[in-house]
Design a protein around this ligand. Sequence first.
Ligand code: HEM
Length: 352
Amino acid sequence: MKKEVYYSEYLKLESILQAQELESVKNQHPAHDEMLFIVTHQTLELWMKQIHFEIDSILQEFAKPYLPDATLSVIHHRLQRIVEIQKLMTSHFTVLETMTPLDFLDFRDDLIPASGFQSLQFKQLECKLGIYQRHQSSTKAYSQQSLHKEDQSRIDENTMTLFQGVQTWLERNPFLESKEYQFESSYKNALDLMFEKEKTLIQNHPFLDDEQRKKETVNVELMKDKFKDLFESENGDATQGKLSRKALLSALFINLYRDYPMIHTPFQVLRSLIELDQMHVAWKHKHLSMVRKMIGLKMGTGGSSGQKYLSESIEASSIFSDLVSLPSYLVSRQNIPVLPESISKQLGFRWV
Ligand code: HEM
């Protein structure tokens, strides 16, 4: 017979609700706001646990040699869930900000040397996203040393990252090349036309003087060069967040031909990845802005330079910076190269 389950046992509420031990109480100067501080950290750690759960399942799918359509749809759904959790995690800081800097000072010294900096789940998450590996070695060494000895070996920099999983998936796009069609060259032609059109617009613009015309024309040339740079690296460079040439072409293809039924879900997946990327950075910005309000220029309880360390860490935090910059290279709808029928047939639905 099935054993009856009770709410509090099922949720282990006994242990969870007794896990708030105020250091200020132990040190005999109770600080009211320490409870909020602890609960906020614990809540965010729980949400991180859920994100790990979702990311692990996504990575498992990306590691397979083939992704069925239905699985891609599940991946999209889970990525969207992560994004919603990230939004929630960011908004938690507004509750914590009801604590004033003076309230925080009531118990700040009791915490030393504890800090969110020692959050193993946070570091593991950045590792799975592919960001942790990009931090400067000095930051990493400092970051490692702040962890408990047993936690240090639990950060595995060699595990497959979301960045690598996405890159491999994008590279498998079968529609980029065929006997009669080469996406790269057909798109380059469309772009050249777009750049020439831009130059004509500049030349004929009634409000520009000669100097402005010159300046704007140079800008167009710069854009052309940047586009070349974007595709120069055959293999990409995961340590710099640079996707391989093939993966980028594939992402561009997906952005352009997203209205074809076959491309719709891949497009949604790319959008969710960009959102996830931006929300991770947004969380870090919101945390930094709260830290500024709370401790100003003081050192962090974890011993870092505080604000300075956190702003530097944000700089290396975009997972898919290449994907984020793709819109600069989109041509308008009427200039998108028409696909050969053999390919457009494969990308569409035909009822008869
Ligand atoms: C009064 C509130 C808070 C202050 C003043 C604060 C301050 C800081 C500071 C100064 C650092 C840099 C490391 C150090 O020297 O300690 C840091 C790192 C960190 N904190 Fe907070 N924090 C607060 C709340 C939170 C909360 C609620 C979380 C949620 C889990 C959190 C998570 C983190 C994480 C994950 C890092 C490492 C970030 C990275 O390496 O990029 N912090 N915090």
